[in-house]
Design a protein around this ligand. Structure first.
Ligand SMILES: NC(=O)c1ccc[n+]([C@@H]2O[C@H](COP(=O)([O-])OP(=O)(O)OC[C@H]3O[C@@H](n4cnc5c(N)ncnc54)[C@H](OP(=O)(O)O)[C@@H]3O)[C@@H](O)[C@H]2O)c1
Length: 311
């Protein structure tokens, strides 16, 4: 297994969306690795914890001149496609800016993988019929993959951190996310951040797609059991009752992000996503260690919630 620091670039690296779920973890991981970090955000709220060494630019990805300034001199940029109506245009702006600057683009989104364009197009057609709201996302990832930005596409599974949208229910003893009775692979976003930082800093990481998976598949009742053990009280799985999981999503999220989450959850409750040991092995190689377990995520999250409420 290669040590993550061998080929590290000394040039500045750029994080777009550093206040987001994935972008904040990428920023943390880059700083831990000693990188020179620049961020472009639309607001400085919630960034007070970052050290002064982080170069902060305020601006919008819709503004191409601003994006070009942010990209100036950077070795690589991180971008996670947000749940925005114009996400395709935003992605085009980012890809073009990376190509012009000669920067590597490390991207997180939803990608349909395959050995060539034809196979991927056929698979996009099939998956697009099953999940029409993902069609723009599939197109974006393909554009990134075919770009001249030496792209690395990270393909994470279901985020453990989605649980935090359901914090109030979890603390009341309810796990409502409709993950079904067979389940899906779940990955800790801290690992997505660590993997992205590695790809941004180490030019020897090959362009192309890289799965970022957690070590195991979890059904809804299995997730409830992990929370139950951590909280020391019963946690019931209520994901078969649509009212139970739609209410927190409607309260916590708005706009396109809320719509995407509602559609995605309606879909995933019907699917079984077994863990592919080859994907876990590739994740382990990219991280230089095995991915974190769901149990570790739950314990760390609970400790963080408890320490925040003790302050
Ligand atoms: N949830 C899952 O289980 C899962 C699993 C696999 C893949 N994914 C994919 O992950 C992606 C979402 O990532 P995320 O959860 O990190 O999203 P997120 O938390 O919503 O963050 C998106 C970031 O993009 C920034 N942004 C949006 N529009 C912008 C603009 N016009 N200019 C500048 N910045 C802009 C936002 O900035 P502000 O902070 O200023 O608002 C925010 O920081 C989606 O493509 C999703 O499909 C999710």
């Amino acid at each position: 297994m290669r040590a993550p620091s061998i080929h590290t670039t000394q040039r500045t690296v750029l994080v777009l969306g550093a206040r987001g779920t994935v972008g904040s973890e990428v920023t943390r991981a880059l700083l831990n690795a000693g990188a020179r970090v620049r961020i472009l955000t639309r607001s400085s709220n919630g960034l007070a914890h970052l050290p002064d060494t982080v170069e902060r630019l305020l601006g919008d990805i819709r503004d191409r001149a601003c994006l070009a300034r942010a990209m100036d001199g950077v070795a690589s940029a991180f971008y996670s496609s947000p749940h925005e109506e114009d996400e395709e245009q935003l992605a085009r702006n980012v890809v073009e800016a990376c190509e012009t600057a000669g920067a590597r683009l490390v991207f997180v989104g939803v990608h349909v993988d395959g050995p060539n364009r034809l196979v991927r197009a056929l698979k996009r057609g099939t998956f697009g019929r099953m999940a029409p709201h993902y069609r723009p996302k599939f197109g974006i990832a393909e554009r990134v993959r075919c770009s001249r930005a030496h792209p690395v596409l990270l393909m994470p599974s279901n985020f453990c951190q989605n649980d935090e949208l359901f914090r109030e229910q979890l603390l009341e003893g309810i796990f409502s996310q409709p993950l079904g009775h067979q389940g899906l692979n779940r990955v800790d976003v801290r690992d997505v951040g660590d993997a992205a930082a590695r790809a941004m800093l180490d030019p020897s990481i090959p362009s192309g797609t890289h799965p970022v998976d957690g070590p195991a598949t979890f059904s809804g009742p299995a997730c409830a059991a992990v929370w139950s053990a951590a909280l020391g009280r019963e946690v019931r799985y209520t994901g078969d009752d649509e009212q139970s999981w739609t209410r927190p999503l409607r309260e916590c999220l708005s706009g396109r992000k809320q719509e995407d989450f509602l559609k995605t959850y309606r879909m995933i409750s019907r699917f079984y996503v077994p863990t592919d040991p080859r994907s876990v092995a590739r994740t382990t190689e990219l991280l230089g260690r095995p991915p974190r377990s769901y149990g570790e995520y739950v314990r760390d999250t609970l400790a963080r919630w408890r320490s925040a409420s003790a302050d």
